[in-house]
Every structure is written in C-alpha cells, then in structure tokens.
Design a protein around this ligand. Structure first.
Ligand code: COA
Length: 261
C-alpha cells in the first residue's frame, strides 16, 4: 500500500483499488487530492505488475461530490484557467492510460466527480449512485472536461439538458443514457463486477488492449484520423510476440499465454 493523505492506493493481485478518501467532505477533489491521483497514475503507467484500476470513493454516500468548492470560491480568472487545465491534464492521463480503468460509482458523482468517472474507460454504478453537473448552481461551468465527455457519452441534447439544469440523474437513468455500463445492487456486487471485467481484460494481449484504448480515444480527437490510427495500430500488433502467440494458440487449439511483448 503506497502512503497518500487523501487517497488510498492498494495493488491487489495486479488490480489497483484507488479510493478517494475524504468521506467527511464527500470525497470532494481538492488540489492535494488531484496531485495524489496524478502521482498514482504515474505509478500505474510505470508498474508492469498492474493490469487494471478501480477508482471509487470512501464511505457510503459519495463517489466524489465535485471539485472542492472552498478552493473554487477563491479563484481569480488566471488561476481558474490553470485550475481547469491542470484537472483536464490529469483526467486525460486517466483516459489515455493503456490499462483499463473503471469508475465504481458508489453514491454522488457530481461536478468533478462525474467528470472523473467519465475520464475512466467504464463506469459501474451502485443502485444509489447519482450523476450530475451542478456547476451552474454555483455560477460556473464544468472545468474538468464535463461539457466535452458528457456530450461524447450521451449526445448533445441530453448533455445540454444536464449541464444547463444541473439536475441529478439516477444510476438507472445514467445506464439508459449510456453513461453507465452496469448497475449493481450494492458496493460488494459492484466490486465483483469491476473485478470480473478487469480479470477478463487481463487475460487478453496487453499491448492490443492499450491500442484499443488509443483508437477509441482517437474518435474524439479532431487532430487525429481515427481510421489511420486504427490501421497503424493493427499493423503494429503484427510485430508483437503476443500476436504470434495468440494466432498460434488458436491454430493449436490451446489457450494463449500472453506476455505483453
Ligand atoms: N466541495 C467541498 N465540500 C463539499 C462538497 C464540495 N463539492 N460537497 C460536499 N461537501 C462537504 C459539505 O460542505 C459538508 O461539509 P461540512 O460537514 O464540513 O459542512 C460535507 O461535505 C457533507 O455535505 P452535505 O452538503 O452536508 O451533505 P448532504 O447530504 O446534505 O448533501 C450533496 C449532499 C452532494 C447534495 C451536497 O453536498 C452538494 O450539493 N455538494 C456540492 C455538489 C456540487 O455542487 N458539486 C460541484 C462542485 S464544482
């Protein structure tokens, strides 16, 4: 277990459980917490024993109830831009991570919390989860990618509705809209679901998984031609030992043993 003040970081058999740990503040993201998430992801990128990540919130009530409003309230225009760009950069590092990252949303995922969950590759919610972008109630707008990723995930009309009304939606509504992958009755079954998905992905060729993430992310990058990225990535796979192993194993009617090489 790596020591942090505001997050818990535990590597359990190759699956990192990263818990935002400020339950008395409903796990609100202050600058220190964001710095710790950034540091944790530097470890996740570098540590080859890590196969996947589950991000969740401590306590019964919240995943993350937003950026810390006590810090936002003090921001000047110059610092607000830095604040937004800093969060966007850290969330982009999550989105671009070559290892699967699942948000286990176990309560309020509001503002920066909804944005954090959307930077993850998938969302598994407990039945009591609530999603929303309530920034307009504070006279601001989402600053950690909420206007962009919510639109990517649920489409323009619903994204505008949620971003303009500040309304919260239930886990089931979020699933219907395509924001959530799975809804589970409680935290225990949600962890089991996340682990089941991550273990399944861990049995595949890791380099191919990283390239799938790059190619799907390329859809939303206007500077990039996603089809070209896909063709290049497809070709790059043929140079890996795992490609030889995967195709050979199929032909020999045995299970592939991938090494991430
Ligand atoms: N930033 C800082 N502190 C927050 C917070 C946030 N985003 N969200 C909750 N907290 C704190 C509260 O101030 C309170 O602290 P206190 O006990 O020291 O007073 C504690 O967490 C518990 O929250 P509380 O509001 O008492 O819980 P509740 O059950 O009555 O309401 C919410 C829950 C989520 C509806 C409510 O906390 C809320 O609206 N939070 C802000 C959501 C938001 O606007 N997020 C976007 C921020 S950009």
């Amino acid at each position: 277990m790596t020591a942090y003040s505001n997050i818990l970081f535990e590597n359990k058999d190759g699956i990192v459980h990263l818990t935002i740990n400020r339950p008395d503040k409903l796990n609100a993201l202050n600058i220190k917490t964001l710095e710790e998430i950034k540091d944790a992801f530097e470890n996740i990128y570098d540590d080859s024993s890590i196969q996947g990540v589950i991000i969740t919130g401590a306590g019964e009530k919240a995943f993350v109830a937003g950026a810390d409003i006590s810090e936002i309230a003090e921001l000047s225009e110059v610092n607000a831009r830095k604040f937004s760009e800093n969060g966007q950069e850290i969330f982009a590092a999550i989105e671009n991570c070559h290892k699967p990252v699942i948000a286990l949303v176990n309560g309020f995922a509001l503002g920066g919390g909804c944005e954090l969950s959307m930077a993850c590759h998938m969302r598994v919610a407990t039945a009591n989860a609530r999603f929303g972008q309530p920034e307009v109630n504070l006279g601001i707008i989402p600053g950690y990618g909420g206007t962009q990723r919510l639109t990517q995930l649920i489409g323009k009309a619903k994204s505008l509705e949620l971003n303009m009304t500040g309304d919260m939606i239930s886990a089931e509504e979020a699933k219907t809209l395509g924001l959530v992958n799975h809804v589970e009755v409680d935290g225990e079954s949600a962890i089991a679901k996340c682990e089941e998905i991550l273990k399944k992905i861990a049995s595949k060729a890791p380099l191919a998984i990283g390239l799938v993430i790059d190619c799907v992310n390329a859809v939303y990058n206007e500077q990039e031609n996603g089809y070209q990225t896909e063709a290049n990535s497809f070709a790059a796979c043929t140079k890996t030992a795992d490609f030889k192993e995967g195709t050979q194993a199929f032909l020999e009617k045995r299970k592939a043993n991938f090494k991430g090489e």
